[in-house]
Write a protein of this length. Sequence first.
Length: 220
Amino acid sequence: KEDRTIDFLKKTVNKIYDAFLTVDKKLYEKHKINRKLPEKITFISSQELHDLYPDLSPDQRETEFVKMHKAIFVYKLGHKLIKNEEFVQNGSASSSDLISEQSKEKKQKFKDEFDGRHCIRAPDYDDWTLNGDIIFYHQVLDCAIEMSSMGIRVDSVSLKLQLKESKTDLTTSEYHDSVLTDRHFTIGGGIGQSRTFMFFLEETDIRGVQGETAPFVNNK
């Protein structure tokens, strides 16, 4: 339970990133495939990313930021973000920062699509304050590519809060019971195998790394 912290999340991300970095270095050493990753991954919260690019969509924010840093971890995904207008009212932005009509339209589209969130996350999966995505910059495609979605799983407190915020009814199950009784404290996620191949091998189409099994041919 004491490991349910941002520091522990970042330590775990760094371990995963070290594995990616090892692959990056070995591919260069053995096959002279260009190095793609910096020595360190850059961490940024979804709110900080929003504040940097308030007029862009979540996907566009990730792309702009990862272009600069090449490897990023965007954390705290799921909660509603503080909108730009609120920063203006709170004195955190000058009058010159007031958004244009075009910006308002973009913000409304974002609000309608994700209800003011960076992205939609299940309320009974990750803790929205302790999760995130590992994202790399795919140089050939000139875009952000999500390598892993991961996080520290919900506990009894965060589960109740997230169900309330998302207006979701709790489905009773053995899993939910174990969370509500704080029986387990876990962290987890997935790494996209095909995306990993695409990134390191500089493929532009996922079909290039997903070989189909050809029918057996007896040349004899």
